[in-house]
Design a protein around this ligand. Structure first.
Ligand SMILES: Cc1cc2nc3c(=O)[nH]c(=O)nc-3n(C[C@H](O)[C@H](O)[C@H](O)COP(=O)(O)OP(=O)(O)OC[C@H]3O[C@@H](n4cnc5c(N)ncnc54)[C@H](O)[C@@H]3O)c2cc1C
Length: 318
């Protein structure tokens, strides 16, 4: 069966994509908006701003890959699609922090659990950090909009062994569980979401907002950053005060903070500033720190009992 590859089709159709690692000289680009990072935040912003008619440049540290590259192999996917080959850790090395490093960022490799930021978390942010514009009321239309954009819907297939254990355990403790909604269209339930979706069922930024922004003339610069290229990229915006040069690590970090993306990198800053246990307890944003940790515990416990079933099916459902 042939799986349509929107990336290949877009590149053939003339998308404006530059692989900065292959640049042989410094690049000077015109832009109204420069977005550093092409994950959930960057991809969404790129589509909205390109639709509004702005000249968008989307910078991404990692490579552009597509379904044909996603072969469900950890040894290929981790070094290619993840920060630090999926071995980034908290300072005490106790917890693995998984973060994407590819076009689509975390959304290319995430597990598709799609739930709204809980009202209790939004209230906590408002109370503790004064983020009044992120109230439940203000966020509801945005949640609705992105749920429609990313085809977020209930998942009715039975959970895999991992998730069934969670459901049973919770039920034994008298807790009510529910299946988490997912951003998929025609999912094959392979269970290899973390290695990039080989069927393009996952409605990541890679197959939704980024193609849409590129169709509208946005430019994508991949493998940008000190790891890959020795050349600088400068920006010029004739109609505004925006201009800048990316050439060394420090300048890139500054731009990232000002413009977009990199939630888990920012988490590292948060961890330094707030109590880590408090952070986990409140499930800040869509972070997977707590989830990954618990999943690993269940996985180890069940490994012998359900050898062969453990990695099949949706990784996080209950
Ligand atoms: C394995 C895994 C499973 C997950 N599962 C779920 C899930 O099921 N449900 C859920 O809600 N969330 C999940 N998440 C988390 C979710 O994907 C992230 O919360 C979300 O993608 C964060 O969006 P973001 O835009 O802040 O950053 P990211 O999506 O992390 O994107 C940041 C991008 O910026 C790039 N970048 C960083 N620095 C620079 C720079 N200086 N210049 C250029 N580019 C740069 C990175 O390479 C990356 O591609 C998961 C994450 C992972 C890694």
């Amino acid at each position: 069966m042939t799986i349509a590859d929107p990336i290949e089709a877009g590149l053939r159709g003339g998308w404006n994509v530059i692989d900065a690692s292959r640049a042989e000289r410094d690049l000077a680009l015109d832009a109204d908006v420069v977005i550093a990072g092409s994950g959930a935040g960057g991809g969404t912003a790129a589509e909205i701003l390109a639709r509004a008619g702005l000249r968008v440049v989307l910078l991404e540290e990692g490579p552009l890959r597509s379904s044909r590259d996603f072969r469900m192999q950890e040894r290929e996917a981790y070094p290619d699609l993840y920060q630090e080959s999926a071995s980034r850790k908290t300072a005490d090395k106790a917890i693995n922090i998984l973060q994407g490093r590819c076009v689509g960022g975390g959304t290319t490799v995430n597990w598709t659990s799609s739930f709204r930021t809980p009202p209790a978390t939004l209230s906590f942010w408002e109370r503790e950090y004064g983020l009044r514009e992120f109230s439940t009321e203000a966020m509801t239309p945005w949640f609705e909009r992105m749920e429609a954009r990313l085809s977020i819907a209930p998942w009715t297939v039975a959970p895999n062994a991992n998730n069934a254990v969670l459901a049973r355990g919770a039920s034994n403790l008298g807790m009510v569980t529910t299946a988490i909604r997912r951003n998929v269209k025609g999912c094959w339930n392979l269970g290899y979401c973390g290695m990039g979706c080989p069927t393009n069922a996952k409605q990541s930024m890679l197959v939704t907002t980024i193609p849409s922004a590129l169709d509208r003339g946005a430019m994508l610069v991949t493998r940008e950053g000190h790891v890959y290229t020795r050349h600088s990229i400068s920006f010029h915006a004739p109609d505004s005060e925006l201009h800048g040069v990316l050439s060394r690590q420090r300048e890139i970090e500054d731009l990232e903070r000002q413009v977009a993306a990199g939630q888990l990198r920012e988490l590292v800053l948060w961890i330094h500033q707030v109590d880590f246990v408090g952070l986990r307890a409140t499930h800040v944003g869509g972070l997977c720190v707590g989830v990954c940790h618990e999943w690993d515990v269940v996985r180890r416990a069940e490994n012998d009992a359900h050898a062969g079933e453990i990695d099949a099916g949706v990784p996080v459902l209950i």
